[in-house]
Design a protein around this ligand. Structure first.
Ligand SMILES: CC(C)(COP(=O)(O)OP(=O)(O)OC[C@H]1O[C@@H](n2cnc3c(N)ncnc32)[C@H](O)[C@@H]1OP(=O)(O)O)[C@@H](O)C(=O)NCCC(=O)NCCS
Length: 179
């Protein structure tokens, strides 16, 4: 088994992962504010519209204090990049599960929540595979997170999508096979 395919370490029993709900929007915005600089904050209306469009592939991580992490994703095409602040454009001919935003509140860092959120989502993506033909997962790595993503099997990949230019310097497009 490849290191990145090993089962995620169990998260603390006081924490759980569940589908993200419209009622979580305020908590999501609080986590976003704690995790990103002002230039990377995305508007509440866009975040809400993404959840409405792709609820099946958006997850929340919760602790005793409520939502402490989230992962937004949607079916896309390999090589496409969601521009910062843009809505999700779900591809009718999707081949890729695109992970747009993964964030864990600093209060919950280092407990395996981010890894568990991604493992949950990729498992879900594999289950979608037969009906949708998803073969890859992809993302834009920001804030020096490439080592985190490499640990989950993602590799840098070139793309000509202008959406990448909407991110701060150092953003890297990465992808991995879903199976
Ligand atoms: C990146 C982030 C999601 C990690 O959350 P986390 O729950 O603390 O991560 P985990 O506890 O699941 O860590 C999993 C592994 O990645 C490593 N890791 C965590 N954050 C990392 C980072 N920023 N860079 C490199 N490695 C990292 C951990 O040490 C751990 O390694 P191990 O399995 O060998 O012990 C979190 O730091 C965060 O929300 N950052 C701000 C938002 C952001 O930049 N998101 C990335 C968008 S592309």
């Amino acid at each position: 088994m490849r290191a990145f395919d090993r089962p995620a370490m169990p998260i603390p029993t006081s924490m759980r992962i569940r589908p993200l709900l419209p009622a979580d929007l305020d908590a999501v915005l609080r986590v976003q504010a704690a995790c990103y600089p002002p230039a990377m904050q995305e508007a509440a209306a866009v975040v809400k519209a993404r959840l409405d469009a792709a609820a099946a592939t958006c997850l929340a991580a919760c602790d005793a204090g409520g939502v402490c992490g989230y992962l937004f994703a949607y079916p896309s095409r390999l090589g496409r990049v969601t521009a910062l602040g843009a809505p999700f454009e779900i591809a009718p001919d999707a081949d890729t599960l695109y992970l747009h935003d993964l964030a864990v509140d600093p209060r919950a860092h280092g407990r395996g929540l981010a890894r568990a959120l991604v493992a949950h989502l990729l498992g879900r993506g594999r289950r979608l595979d037969s009906s949708r033909g998803l073969t890859h997962a992809a993302l834009v790595s920001v804030q020096d997170s490439t080592r985190f993503w490499s640990g989950l099997g993602f590799k840098e990949r070139s793309t000509g999508d202008a959406g990448l230019l909407t991110y701060p310097a150092g953003a890297v497009h990465m992808a991995r096979p879903l199976t």
